[in-house]
Design a protein around this ligand. Structure first.
Ligand code: PLP
Length: 301
């Protein structure tokens, strides 16, 4: 039986014109990868690509994955399973709250079975005992880790990196970082002249450097020197916002027709502009920011 694949819509690159960019001599492009699929958007499409292929090749009919109540990965996995005729199970951190938020309501509407576990149990989600207990309860499934981050996810994102480099020439590529899977894929797929800059959306994101190095080591057994992570643009931590960030989202939408989500892409662009002002990009260079998606959960589209 041949595997089914998700449709992919080629996403545009837009050229952002702003005075601070002109002054600094920086050309800024945005890859609107959020537009690659209506529900499985941005980086999640690429992270799922080879996992979906593997699940089908191995004869699985069910995907099981993990996430918080606002997880874009839960949303994307539910949509992907539904589209490919697979069933899905979401192991959700914490207690059920009703009515379901937009993310979980959507996942449920796509047939995802939602299973809530305590924060303590969730912390042990990668243990053999916990996974065995999930098999006892749910039977066979293809397991996708939290955030979708594994070697097949990195393979998918590396392919995206290669596609990007054929489409456009740039000196820096910037993206938001959560688990580090996406930046690891971009590093693995980019040529080494390109600087890869991650913006941590987590507080105390310094640990992500080790995380990404481990992912890369497992993926290609190589060390790369052309990347780093900026850790001061988290605005208080994961999914935390403040009035300045929300005002920034509004400005970008109203004046530049660029919709951003408050968890990932607003912090990315905020960070990029701050770095431009601080002269962190070489004058005359071209910066590409990847819009990784995330709009669906927030009504920001
Ligand atoms: C999941 C997500 C990220 C983070 O990707 P990681 O691979 O976990 O670092 C970034 N942006 C958006 C919009 C996401 O949904």
């Amino acid at each position: 039986m041949s595997e089914r694949v998700l449709p992919y819509q080629h996403a545009p690159v837009i050229d952002l014109q702003l005075l601070i960019l002109q002054k600094a001599g920086i050309q800024l492009f945005i890859k609107r990868e959020d537009q690659n699929h209506p529900h499985i958007s941005g980086n999640k499409w690429w992270k799922l690509k080879y996992n979906l292929e593997a699940a089908q090749q191995q004869g699985h009919h069910t995907l099981l994955t993990f996430g918080g109540a606002y997880s874009n990965h839960i949303y994307a996995t539910a949509a992907a399973a539904h589209e490919l005729g697979l069933t899905s199970i979401g192991i959700i951190r914490g207690e059920e709250t009703l009515p379901l938020n937009g993310t979980l309501a959507f996942a449920k509407s796509r047939g995802m079975q939602l299973h809530y576990v305590s924060r303590e149990a969730y912390r042990n989600k990668n243990s053999i005992e916990f996974i065995q207990s999930l098999h006892d309860r749910f039977g066979e499934f293809y397991l996708i880790p939290e955030g979708g981050t594994n070697a097949l996810a990195i393979k998918g994102v590396a392919e995206f990196a290669q596609q990007l480099q054929q489409e456009i020439v740039f000196d820096y590529v910037c993206l938001p970082v959560g688990t580090g899977g996406t930046i690891a894929g971009l590093i693995a797929g980019m040529n080494e002249q390109t600087q890869v800059v991650g913006i941590s959306v987590l507080k105390n994101g310094e640990f992500l450097v080790d995380e990404v190095n481990n992912l890369l080591k497992n993926f290609s057994d190589r060390v790369y020197g052309n990347w780093y992570i900026e850790t001061s643009y988290h605005h208080g931590g994961y999914a935390k916002t403040n009035p300045q960030l929300l005002a920034f989202i509004n400005t970008m939408k109203e004046q530049h027709q660029l919709p951003l989500d408050p968890v990932y892409t607003a912090k990315l662009l905020w960070g990029v502009f701050d770095m431009v002002e601080k002269g962190k990009f070489k004058p005359g260079s071209t910066v590409l920011a990847v819009h990784t998606g995330g709009l669906q959960g927030h009504g920001f589209r």
